[in-house]
Design a protein around this ligand. Structure first.
Ligand code: ANZ
Ligand code: ZN
Length: 854
């Protein structure tokens, strides 16, 4: 017997698949398609365990679907623009392009070594002009359709990375990469009008049934639709008014102050005559623009001296504050404060000594004594202290007051969204240039489509901070395409999320030069049937991509709204963390488990074992896939990431787990390799009259096919592996002396190999070949369960009357004699033969026959 050599076998099959172009996809209208995609990697230079899990999950789907007869598209590419390349340029003096392409080459080798069934003929890198030229064209088309805007806005400025950040890129008031506290700056920015699709983006979430609920919920909250009212409050002593947006117009009688955003025009106006206010506004602007930062900061305000009339004349005039918790770009940038029923308003009112009047009475509370302490009351109840609203439940009061305001021209109904337009300008070099030219007389002029792509200059200088495109001596100086005057190029580049918003469409026509994709290819391949990636992209990438499809549709480019019909978000890979006596983090390689639950360094020093956490460079608890592949092969790594946990849960990487996978591989190898002589030739029919043991195995084979197929459909890959393991146990335990053994064992072993193929493709291809097949497994149809052998152990037996067979009945295998007798007597044909007579004797031969003697 030959030992299993993974090195040889894996290389052999990878070469074969490549040479035969096994996984190259071609559009074919006569076959159903299935598009499997994992979120494409950033070319950092090395694949990590998260990639291994992500692409292995996708590969199981891709290979299984392929075997099930689908025309599968499973492509791979590189999300290749972004900051790390520029940081490398700063740190090591290497050009971002060179760094990126080198990393891609290294990662491609590592990816190929995993044996994923990828169509490499469709490989793309988003930093290549062949890719981004189409993105520039799309931008111009979107602009034409009114889906692009340039406007001044406050932005989150990262003072370390010298760039603007999207709100989503600000985490707890800090830049998501640099970790530096974010500042506010006013800049002219390009925006994609994602808000134009707010309602559609929200409504379609209901139809995305194959998306995780949690992701749909996160998007729903991000879009943040609310229903409320716009209410103008007259400013005392002036002839204008302050317009507020409220979702609680029912609480109008509880208003005790007004508050406006520091950037509100009225605040700006007052600041011109009030130096202290100007200083206060300045202070507020240190906060950054993210909601999180604003939510957590202490509430602060400044009384402008202005007063508002209550629209219903319900209270004294209301003071107008500039307040740090009011955002300019939400609603109208102005609110009325009702401290009794809003916590922020309450904190503010307590601080600035404003009255707190409850107007909603909780169920069962006593109106004579109910008062607000430290907590605002935000629950349900009925209105009181509120004139004609008194006694109405909150929801009724809302619609009643809006009707009232509308009838009198005092306000109107208004739907509002939290969703903001997507600011895409970044002051970076390593991104897709925004194809615009700024002309002193024409303004912002689109670069004519015929002049695309606008490519990045190669000769750039990274020794100074900021954007090298800005400083480049020649690149930005061009003639205005419209009037010919000296003009300058836009030096901002796109947010890298723009590239990832349409790459899945590019994979449909990766070589198309005329457009990013052809209508024909997109019509066949889109939408992605199964998308797989991390839940960290629940709002950013997944929402932007949905926007892009709608924008492309508005431009007549594509006919789908939703890019991803099915989405699966996988869990993280975790590992125990270790620290030495000095608190230094240790890598898993540097420690050993001396006895269960106690770890030491390799030279025996004690180690403190910490929590099991997501693999991360900072805690050094990572395991490099390359070392695992080197030591055990790709199939072992693949099997391990599939077998231990459900794919949506976290998976703890352990040496023991890897070892278990490796041992199982070898067991399968021996099972087939050693048993091969005892198998009947392929295709030998299985005899009908099986012994109970053989029948049992036959049922198990069929049930395993069924169970594994379903488990794969539902992403229960760990369950699929468990079912296969049970079948292999049964095969090992099967008594080879059985007369049906040879054909049945052949079926058992082939089934095992086929079902394992999506998980461990190299080993199974090798075994398949040893089993005598000419056609490779990747081209072999998925096994089908025989319904007759699926479920309960039902068999058909004959019923004789006086020794003559009169009928057959179906009964459970090994059922009690009485049950067989009852079934025989109940049979219509038997009753006809008996014609009312009662048998003198009943002989039941279990699982064979019932004989009635009359
Ligand atoms: C009066 C009121 C009374 C409010 C009450 C709430 C409770 P959502 O649900 O998120 O849409 N608001 C409106 N614009 C704001 C802005 N630019 N910055 C900060 N807060 C703003 O929130 C809508 C509510 O948030 C609005 O309803 C408004 O306060 C506040 F008992 O109006 B409310
Ligand atoms: Zn011009």
């Amino acid at each position: 017997m030959a030992r299993y050599s993974f090195r040889e076998t894996e290389a052999k099959w990878q070469l074969r698949w490549e040479e035969e172009r096994t996984f190259h996809a071609r559009a074919d209208a006569s076959r159903p398609k299935y598009y499997v995609l994992e979120m494409f990697p950033y070319p950092s230079g090395r694949i990590h365990m998260g990639h291994v899990r992500n692409y292995t999950l996708g590969d199981v789907v891709a290979r299984a679907r392929r075997a099930q007869g689908y025309n599968v598209l499973h492509p791979m590419g590189w999300d290749a623009f972004g900051l790390p390349a520029e940081n490398a340029a700063l740190d090591k003096g290497v050009h971002p392009g060179e760094w990126t392409y080198r990393n891609i080459a290294e990662m491609r080798t590592q990816v190929k070594a995993m044996g994923w069934s990828l169509d490499w003929s469709r490989e793309i890198a988003t930093c290549h002009p062949d890719y981004y030229r189409h993105e520039q064209a799309m931008f111009l088309e979107f602009w034409d359709k009114g889906l692009v805007e340039r406007r001044e806005s406050y932005v989150n400025w990262d003072p370390v990375d010298h760039t603007v950040l999207a709100n989503e890129q600000v985490i707890e008031g800090r830049g998501w990469r640099s970790g530096a506290p974010v500042e506010r700056r006013k800049l002219s920015q390009w925006f994609f009008k994602i808000t134009a699709f707010a309602q559609g983006l929200l409504e379609s979430l209901d139809e995305l049934e194959r998306w995780p609920d949690k992701v749909r919920l996160m998007q729903r909250n991000w879009i943040g639709r609310s229903e409320g009212a716009l209410v103008p409050f007259t400013l005392a002593g002036r002839d204008d008014s302050l317009l507020v947006y409220t979702t609680r117009p029912d609480t109008l009688w509880g208003a005790s102050f007004m508050a406006i955003a520091p950037d509100h025009p009225l605040a700006q106006e007052c600041a011109e005559r009030d130096g202290k206010l100007a200083a206060f506004i300045e202070e507020c602007q240190q906060l950054g623009t993210s909601e999180e930062a604003i939510e957590t900061a202490e509430k602060m305000g400044y009384d402008t001296g202005l007063r508002c009339r209550h629209p219903l004349g319900a209270t004294e005039d209301l003071p107008v504050y500039v307040a740090n918790f009011v955002l300019m770009d939400y609603g109208t940038g102005a609110i009325f404060g009702c401290p009794a029923h809003d916590q922020r308003d309450l904190d503010f009112a307590r601080k600035y000594d404003r009255p707190v009047t409850p107007v909603v009475l909780p169920p069962d509370a006593d109106p004579a004594t109910f008062a607000i302490g430290r907590e605002a009351y935000v629950g349900p109840g009925t209105l009181f202290h509120s004139g004609f609203l008194d006694g109405l439940p909150v929801e009724d009061a809302k619609s009643r007051i809006i009707d009232y305001l509308e009838e009198r021209g005092l306000g109107e109904r208004k739907v509002n969204y939290r969703l903001r337009d997507w600011g895409v300008s970044r002051q970076r070099y390593w991104g897709c240039p925004i194809p615009v030219i700024h002309c002193p007389s024409c303004g912002a002029v689109p670069v004519p489509q015929t002049q695309l792509p606008v490519t990045l200059p190669e000769d750039v200088d990274f020794t100074l901070p900021g954007n090298p495109l800005e400083r480049h001596p020649t690149w930005k100086h061009v003639a205005c395409p419209s009037c010919g005057t000296e003009a300058v190029r836009e030096t901002d580049t796109f947010d890298t999320f723009v590239e990832s918003s349409w790459y899945f469409a590019r994979f449909c026509s990766p070589q198309s030069e005329a457009a990013g994709f052809t209508a024909e290819d997109a019509a066949y391949w889109m939408a992605v049937d199964q998308y797989i990636g991390g839940v960290e992209h629940a709002v950013l990438h997944l929402l932007y991509s949905r926007f892009f499809m709608r924008a492309l549709k508005a431009c007549g480019r594509i006919d789908v709204d939703e890019p991803f019909a099915g989405l699966f978000t996988q869990g993280m890979i975790t590992h125990r963390t270790f620290q030495d006596g000095n608190g230094r983090w240790l890598e898993p390689d540097e420690v050993t488990e001396a006895e269960p639950g106690r770890w030491t360094t390799l030279d025996g020093k004690s180690v403190s074992a910490g929590r099991i956490e997501k693999m991360s460079k900072s805690k050094r608890n990572t395991v490099d896939p390359a070392t695992i592949v080197e030591a055990y092969g790709a199939d072992t790594a693949r099997l391990f990431v599939l077998s231990d946990s459900p794919p949506d849960r976290d998976l703890e990487w352990t040496e023991a787990g890897v070892d278990g996978a490796w041992r199982y591989l070898n067991r399968i190898w021996r099972l087939v390799d050693e048993g091969i002589d005892r198998l009947a030739p392929a295709g030998t029919p299985i005899p009908d009259d099986l012994s109970p043991k053989a029948a049992d195995l036959r049922r198990r084979i069929n049930r395993t096919i069924d169970g594994v197929t379903e488990a794969i459909d539902r992403f229960h890959f760990n369950k699929a592996v468990a079912l296969i393991r049970e079948l292999s146990n049964a095969v090992e335990a099967f008594d080879a002396g059985d007369r049906a053994a040879a054909p049945l064992l052949r079926q058992a072993v082939e089934t095992l190999v086929q079902l394992l193929n999506p998980m461990i493709p190299h080993l199974t291809e090798e075994l398949w070949q040893r089993l005598g097949h000419e056609v490779i497994l990747a081209e072999t149809p998925w096994p089908k369960a025989d319904p007759a052998w699926l479920n309960v152990e039902v068999i058909e037996i004959g019923v004789q009357v006086n020794g003559k067979t009169r009928s057959t009945i179906a009964i459970p295998v090994d059922c009690p004699k009485e049950e067989a007798e009852a079934a025989a007597l109940a049979d219509a044909a038997v009753q006809r033969t008996l014609d009312g007579r009662t048998p003198r004797r009943v002989i039941v031969v279990p699982n064979r026959i019932v004989n009635l003697v009359v």
